[in-house]
Design a protein around this ligand. Sequence first.
Ligand code: NDP
Length: 406
Amino acid sequence: MGKVLIIGAGGVGNVVAKKCAQNPEVFHEICLASRTKEKCDKIAEDIKKQYGIEIKTAKVDADKTEEVVALIKDFEPDIVINVALPYQDLTIMDACLETGVHYLDTANYEPKDNPKFEYKWQWAYQDRYKEAGIMAVLGCGFDPGVTNVFCAYAQKHFYDEIKTIDILDCNAGVHGHPFATNFNPEINIREVTQVVRHWRNGEWVETPPILEEDSIHFTFNYPEVGPRESYLLYHEEMESLVKHIKGLERIRFWMTFSDEYLTHLRVLKNVGMTRIDEVEYEGCKVVPLKFLKKLLPDPSELGISYKGKTVIGCIFDGIKDGNRFKKYIYNVCDHAEAYKEVQAQAVSYTTGVPAMIGAMLVLKGVWAGKGVFNVEQLDPDPFMDALIKYGLPWKVEDFDGELPEF
Ligand code: NDP
């Protein structure tokens, strides 16, 4: 049915490539390209062994639009899945525009010198993608991604009006390292050291970063894994959801962190290791956070010893036919099972599967449109069905537990 070019061969790229290879009736040709071709070749070898399918591999520096354009012209894909880093979003979007190919990613653009992830740069492509007759699907991982689809589903099936949304992201897994991040350490640490924002009554409200003593947190009793400390955090899907979920009065995002993780990160920050500016060291220019990334475990290699589960979902409070009630939609994913299937931990798995599903829906013409879309603007039903079919089953429950009111 279609040809897919996947850019990025890290933790998530490995899952996307394997999930696409599991569905050759949709993805009849696959090319996996990245900065380090050896990583693509290693994944291609696994795919050949596991599924008997040959995929192509290529070297590309996706910071250079002309390299991506040349690769697209050579391979002629119908869609590009970008699972490199957020820094490459715009150069890859430019290349898709120049060649008339659909685009999909899992994280919004962020300039290297400024840890401000915002959709404004990618939304600015709206008219150009429309005129070119192609589709860009933004933020199609788990969060953003599945959480946005959960919101669209709740809006479509349960509520006339959603008043509040709380997104709760719990990783109750244990990887056996004193300190490691579950996806790219540089991107992860930039995200979690920011000032926190949530949205209420039409404006963004700032609160202290998670490392500060007065950060906002509470204990939530997660299904299957029990109580975990959950910290208020800014997360990118809130920016598009406040635009697209009508009548919303408040949206917050919570993520679990262990004391050990917070202590390590606090020390690293205090000694300057999370800085993103260049430091002169013995005649070399070093960016401390990039150097730290080099020292930390590679997220794509955490899976082998990872035990436990992730539990990510949304709690809605809204009104239907005059009745006010809460619903909880969530997925539970087991690290060890994900590893058994595609040799990846659950954070890579829960990101890679939705990216494959989004691309599949575009190739099948089920998700169709011209322009730039966040996933909650597209029909959630086929995506929700596909989540069950392709490894991320979800549950819906009435919710009568407590959430902090502030
Ligand atoms: P990794 O760091 O494991 O992998 C990134 C890959 O991109 C590496 O193969 C890297 O190559 C490649 N890459 C980096 N720069 C370039 C470049 N200039 N040109 C070509 N390839 C490049 O990250 P993850 O797999 O953990 O994450 C991938 C993406 O998924 C990130 O954008 C992340 O933010 C997003 N994500 C989204 C989530 C969601 O739920 N929405 C959750 C988790 C992650 P090399 O090996 O040479 O460094």
